[in-house]
Design a protein around this ligand. Sequence first.
Ligand code: TMP
Length: 216
Amino acid sequence: MLAENIRDRQRRGKFIVLEGVDGSGLSTQAGRLHAWLEQETGRKVLLTKEPSEGPVGVLIRQALSGRVQGLGADTLALLFAADRVDHLTHSIIPALEKGHHVICDRYLLSSLAYQGRSLPLEWLKQINAEAIVPDLTIFISVDPVVTLKRIAEKRFKVDLFERENILREVLNNYDILVQELCEEGQNVLQLNGNRTLEIVSNEVLSKVQEYFMIDK
Ligand code: TMP
């Protein structure tokens, strides 16, 4: 089993995850962190995201955009979990084992926060049992009114979850989950994302530096 093998292996790279509701600027922040981390550490850094670019991730994107219809919430949750295992197996774990750092735009917490709106948390955790624990998760908390405005300025089409009532529920789930994970001893940071991308970005970089005491 993937989870057992991983526990036994020494992971030399750091696994950093960014989380937040749609329109929180995760891709922008991940891109900046990627450039900075490579420069600071001189190591290779894999910048990746979920849904991934693998076969299951492609199917999920089609479901999110409405090109594929009729998948129930439980089917979608299983697809997210399957995509995660595929992504871990083919990209994340090989990179960590080579000593590369990995930055992932969304991961397990997205499944718990989004699919947790309509599905039991325990079941979601079970189907994601193979997901290794990140070294650091950064949750960027932004009000859905702000994120939906950003999305509307950038695109005409709206994806499955991009509605204010849904994103409010998701944000609320994130708040609860982040608190739980902190209590369990996981490294999870919550940043106020209702500020300019530059200010948030500087905070992301300084927190990562603090956490890993990056040696050049
Ligand atoms: P994004 O690529 O713009 O972040 O969009 C991905 C969407 O998929 C976003 O609405 C969050 C959602 N999502 C889930 O619902 N569950 C998951 O496990 C993941 C990774 C993403």
